[in-house]
Design a binder for this molecule. Structure first.
Ligand SMILES: Cc1cc2nc3c(=O)[nH]c(=O)nc-3n(C[C@H](O)[C@H](O)[C@H](O)COP(=O)(O)OP(=O)(O)OC[C@H]3O[C@@H](n4cnc5c(N)ncnc54)[C@H](O)[C@@H]3O)c2cc1C
Length: 406
């Protein structure tokens, strides 16, 4: 039942979040089938607006299975008790269509492949010289000035950084739609421990091939997730960290020297700003040890196998990757900041009303964080549509009127 629904969600993620676009994705779900009449839209809406926990309670009895699926669903951030999270749990059905993947050599392999493709099409990638400000004339973006002072003229700029970074780049030229944007950025998301080990995690009674080829969702009771989320809401570190372990070196021998492994341990939820004023730089190692200890309870011997760690706290994610307040999704992924509400209702069309030539893409925009490429493709389509013949005529008229006014 949820596989076609999840496919409809995927379809809607690849379109602009307009009423028409959403209807095209979701309308076919109600089609009459197996002698049954059309499912009323209201019934579908009730299912989609339900919580992930409610969906799990309806279909499963094993708490261990429900906990693992809820932990999977929570990877986007919201706990599965929130309304509208049913589809996040049901996303698991898509793993039958497309199993989880990882580029050989690490995630950077995807970026490198995209770069090769762009350059093959005549594009150019410039690194190490960040955009410092947008150049604007007559209410229209005309290019970008970089940190080194280089000026790059461009009739169109697609900003794929955090929407609040784009606001800073526009500076005094930011129109109200951008200047007043205040999307929910939240208070941190997760903590990552990258461990070099002398053995992969070993889970007693579990076939290593099955365990190490997938996400190791180390949670047996949804109460653990609820408690960790409750601690986060209170601005506290989780009293009982919930880990997700991944060991890609088990299937990719380019990642670690022979005889060694890399294990990524992701923990959620960790506040960026701690209520007691705690300093993340001082807390990092101890929290990493607690998270490793949480894996060790499922895979005895894991902690002893760890040789070196690199710990990415919410603060480090901000410093290192420009992820504001450590939110890896840029903006929270709750129902009120998805689809036509992302990053804000005014900016949800990939354009910036009031500043022609500036477009938005990336995790701040629909469909949000995660590695899918959807927002970039949809933004490109919007740009191409705007630069079609009627749009060019509109632009000539606008420039003509601006000249007359001067
Ligand atoms: C530890 C971790 C694990 C994750 N695991 C998964 C996963 O398993 N599956 C999944 O789908 N997603 C995962 N994610 C989330 C996913 O990686 C992000 O949602 C995704 O990378 C967002 O991509 P983006 O290009 O939109 O934004 P970003 O990756 O945030 O890229 C924006 C870029 O803009 C740059 N920038 C900012 N300002 C400027 C400027 N002035 N000039 C030039 N450049 C600028 C930044 O440096 C940054 O490189 C994970 C994220 C993290 C941190």
């Amino acid at each position: 039942m949820w596989a076609p629904r999840s496919r409809a969600v995927v379809d809607s993620f690849a379109r602009r979040p307009t009423v028409g676009g959403l209807a095209r994705s979701f309308w076919p779900l109600g089609a009459p089938a197996d002698g049954r009449p059309r499912t009323p839209g209201g019934d579908l809406a009730v299912d989609f607006l339900g919580s992930g926990d409610a969906l799990l309670d309806r279909w499963f009895t094993s708490e261990r299975l429900k906990a693992a699926l809820a932990w999977f669903g929570a990877q986007s951030g919201p706990p599965m008790s929130e309304p509208g999270t049913a589809a996040m749990v049901a996303w698991a059905t898509l793993l039958h269509d497309v199993p989880p993947g990882h580029p050989v050599g690490g995630s950077g392999g995807l970026t490198q492949a995209l770069r090769r493709r762009l350059e093959a099409d005549g594009g150019h990638v410039a690194l190490g010289d960040a955009a410092a400000r947008l150049l604007v004339e007559d209410g229209r973006v005309t290019g970008v000035e970089t940190a080194s002072g280089r000026r790059v003229a461009a009739p169109v700029v697609v900003a794929a950084c955090h929407v609040l970074a784009t606001r800073d780049l526009a500076g005094e030229h930011a129109p109200p739609s951008l200047a007043d944007a205040a999307p929910p950025v939240g208070n941190g998301f997760g903590l990552v421990v990258r461990a070099l080990t002398d053995a992969p995690p070993s889970y007693p009674g579990v076939d290593p091939a099955a365990a190490l080829g997938g996400l190791q969702l180390l949670c047996t009771d949804r109460a653990q997730l609820a408690a960790a989320h409750g601690d986060w809401l209170a601005g506290r570190l989780p009293r009982e960290p919930v880990p997700l372990a991944m060991c890609f070196s088990a299937t990719d021998d380019t990642l670690a020297p022979p005889g060694q492994h890399v294990v990524t341990v992701w923990g959620q939820w960790y506040p960026y700003a701690l209520a007691d004023g705690g300093d993340w730089d001082a807390l990092a190692e101890a929290e990493a040890d607690r998270l490793i200890g949480a894996v060790d309870r499922f895979a005895p011997g894991f902690a002893a196998s760890v040789q070196r760690t690199y710990v990415q706290t919410p603060l480090l994610l901000e410093r290192e990757l420009s992820l504001l307040r450590g939110n890896v999704m840029h903006v929270e992924m709750g129902l009120a900041s998805m689809f036509a509400f992302r990053p804000t209702p005014a900016l949800s069309g990939y354009r910036v009303p009031g500043l022609a030539g500036l477009y938005l893409a990336g995790a701040s925009t629909h469909p949000g964080g995660g590695v899918s490429g959807n927002s970039g493709r949809t933004a490109a389509r919007v740009v191409l549509g705007d630069r079609g013949v009627p749009a060019r005529a509109r632009e000539a008229l606008r420039r003509g009127l601006a000249r007359v006014r001067r």
